[in-house]
Design a protein around this ligand. Structure first.
Ligand code: SF4
Length: 460
């Protein structure tokens, strides 16, 4: 019993977090920056922060993650990190020749109060930024927010620094995909093109964080949204922002800067959210939904109908990031499952309202918790109080799953003890099939394990 000190009785806490259901802001900023082609992310803080951010992403994606560090020492903590960042910008352009450096701050540089805008403009004035190259930034203090807000802040920074308008509209639609896997970004592109929409997707980590093995190490993999394309985002006809927590801020910044009207949708995870995504694309292109997409939808509906008896009324606990949780909750309700505990450590507005909308009147007993004290300890206490049939969340859920002997589906970030998540999408109809299959597999495995010999069935 690794978590043997967890008790079922919940004591209200106001100043203590035990095993947070989130991670730190710069990790999200770093992930977003990797979705820009030829970008070298840079962590303005100590080497320890940078090592943690890189290793977390590497463990999840099983790919090398390059990033610079301002390598703060005691001197930087006292006098500020300007000299370090100026030197870092010089070194990185000289040694690694990126097209763009994306700087994110850390707890320490934020506490010192380093003015990154001023430091970047000083670097430009002193000729440390070569012609045609870019330095952008996002403020990502980790004592507020989470990896999701860090992602959101960097995507907003990408738009604010790079997007422009020429006054000549281009026949394309910006898609800000939210924090999803590289495979999901590829799937969104496939569907958009199939729906007659020319997508301008940014950030785009496909072919960066799931780059194929070629035998040659590419410091900058071939993927990532090209800077030129991001610049043209200001000339797009409209923007589709997927996942309000991760993508809305960038969409609004683009709307304000370049007057590109935007629509914010929930992440297209599950049947209904995907329907809305396809419908939004249909409205933009004006074409009929191609038959093969209708077929993919039909196959997902077929799985739901055929397997309904196994999903029906199963109690589920889920934890993770707001955008994923909202769409996943809606999908579980579609499967006739009962999401009873829903926990996120990421702060932000409208989470509970969005979850309530996703639940409808299906699960009135659902408990929704958000914020610093909505942690893994609390989730475990809720489960101890009244058990569940299934747990869904990132790798850190395995301790609860083991102690309480609950079937467990890994979903979200980070997943550091399995592979597959970066290669197989969970968005759209194909992703819905994969999610349904994963849920069904652990439920059936449990049924087989618990079945007495006389009712141990070969078939479902
Ligand atoms: S929480 Fe703050 S100090 Fe810790 S790794 Fe993240 S940025 Fe660095």
């Amino acid at each position: 019993m690794l978590l043997r000190h967890t008790t079922a009785d919940v004591m209200e806490r106001s100043a203590l977090t035990i095993n947070p259901a989130k991670t730190c802001q710069p990790i999200g900023a770093l992930y977003a920056a990797l979705g820009v082609h030829n970008c070298l992310p840079h962590s303005h803080g100590s080497q320890g922060c940078c090592a943690y951010h890189r290793s977390t992403l590497t463990r999840h994606y099983k790919e090398p993650v390059m990033a610079g560090s301002s390598s703060f020492t005691e001197g930087s903590a006292v006098f500020g990190g300007q000299a370090n960042l100026l030197q870092a910008i010089t070194n990185m352009f000289a040694m690694y020749n990126p097209d763009i450096i994306a700087v994110h701050t850390t707890c320490l540089s934020e506490t010192i109060g380093d003015d990154i805008v001023q430091i970047i403009s000083k670097a430009r004035e002193e000729g440390k930024v070569p012609p045609g190259k870019h330095v952008i930034h996002a403020n990502t203090p980790s004592y507020i927010g989470s990896h999701v807000t860090g992602f959101s802040n960097m995507v907003k920074g990408i738009v604010t620094y790079l997007a422009e308008t020429t006054g000549r509209k281009r026949n394309q639609v910006n898609i800000i995909p939210g924090w999803v896997e590289p495979s999901d970004m590829r799937e969104l592109r496939r569907l958009a093109r199939a729906m007659g929409v020319n997508p301008n997707i940014f950030p785009d980590t496909s072919d960066v964080m799931d780059a194929p093995q070629t035998g040659t190490h590419e410091f900058y993999p071939r993927g990532g949204a090209p800077i030129e394309e991001i610049r043209h985002a200001g000339d797009s006809r409209s923007t589709l922002a997927l996942g309000p927590t991760a993508s809305e801020a960038a969409a609004l910044a683009l709307e304000e800067k370049c007057q590109v009207r935007s629509e914010v949708l929930e992440l297209p995870i599950g049947l209904l959210a995907t329907d809305r995504f396809i419908n939004a694309l249909r409205h933009r292109s004006g074409i009929r939904v191609p038959g093969f997409i209708t077929d993919e939808r039909g196959r997902l509906v077929d799985i739901i109908a055929d397997m309904h008896q196994y999903f029906y009324r199963k109690r589920v606990a889920l934890f993770g990031d707001p955008d994923q949780l909202v769409s996943l909750t809606e999908f579980l309700v579609t499967l006739d499952m009962r999401p009873v505990y829903i926990v996120t450590g990421t702060p932000g507005k409208r989470f509970e309202t969005r979850i309530r909308e996703a639940l409808g009147d299906a699960v009135p007993e659902a408990q929704i918790r958000q914020g610093a004290q909505a942690d893994m300890f609390l989730l475990h206490q809720m489960i101890k109080k009244e058990g569940v049939d299934l747990l869904i969340g990132n790798t850190y859920g395995k301790y609860i799953a083991r102690d309480e002997d609950i079937p467990f589906v890994r979903f979200g970030f980070p997943i550091i003890d399995r592979v597959g998540h970066s290669y197989f999408p969970t968005v759209a109809y194909m992703g819905g099939m994969r999610l349904a299959e994963k849920i069904l597999s652990v439920i059936m495995d449990r049924q087989d394990r618990n079945a007495p010999e006389e009712s141990f069935e070969l078939t479902m």
